[in-house]
Design a protein around this ligand. Structure first.
Ligand SMILES: CC(C)(COP(=O)(O)OP(=O)(O)OC[C@H]1O[C@@H](n2cnc3c(N)ncnc32)[C@H](O)[C@@H]1OP(=O)(O)O)[C@@H](O)C(=O)NCCC(=O)NCCS
Length: 159
């Protein structure tokens, strides 16, 4: 049985090479077209902000954030299917938004499948809005699927 979110210590910390096996396993169980182990390794080597959500010493989610030239781009955000709908995705996204603001990014961007209802609701809840469509951006089981490009204005509440 999964303990309630507040009963087990949860922290967001930097991903290390030691996390890659668990991260890749969550990725494989979450996506029809998962990133390979090598893609995560390259993200670490590229110096992206690679984060894991650590629940009592066990990785239950991860996020990859690229920040450059005042713009932050979420490249991946994923929670282990066994630990969804417990607030962890929002917790990790809040942390990524905080890090982007601390790095003086003025806007955050991401791509999402129009069919990904849960992710869309999460991003809508955090204030993201649709700015563009990338036709045939994703692989899908029936061919290609468009991506919606969403943006969050990080300056909205001013600093
Ligand atoms: C999208 C994802 C990260 C959400 O993580 P999560 O931990 O399950 O989400 P949370 O429990 O933090 O929920 C936060 C908000 O997201 C939305 N949401 C998440 N799961 C939902 C569901 N099953 N039904 C409806 N809304 C949902 C809601 O707005 C929710 O806020 P609320 O609880 O106040 O209604 C998770 O579903 C996931 O890893 N999906 C697979 C990978 C993926 O698609 N990533 C996004 C790529 S763009």
């Amino acid at each position: 049985m999964i303990s309630r979110i507040e009963e087990v210590p949860v922290q967001v910390r930097d991903m290390t090479h030691h996390d890659l096996a668990l991260v890749s396993d969550i990725e494989r169980r979450s996506y029809d077209f998962p990133w390979s182990h090598g893609v995560f390794r390259d993200c670490l080597l590229a110096g992206y902000s690679c984060l894991v959500l650590d629940r009592g010493g066990y990785v239950v989610g991860y996020g990859i954030l690229s920040i450059a030239a005042g713009e932050a781009h979420i490249l991946n955000l994923c929670i282990d299917p066994a630990f969804r709908s417990l607030g962890y995705g929002e917790r990790l996204l809040d942390d990524m938004i905080h890090r982007a603001r601390e790095a003086d990014a003025q806007a955050m961007f991401l791509e999402v499948r129009p069919s990904n209802e849960n992710a869309r609701k999460l991003y809508q809840k955090k204030g993201f809005f649709r700015i563009a469509k990338r036709p045939a951006y994703y692989q899908s089981k029936s061919g290609r699927e468009d991506a919606d490009v969403l943006s969050l204005n990080l300056r909205r509440f001013g600093r």
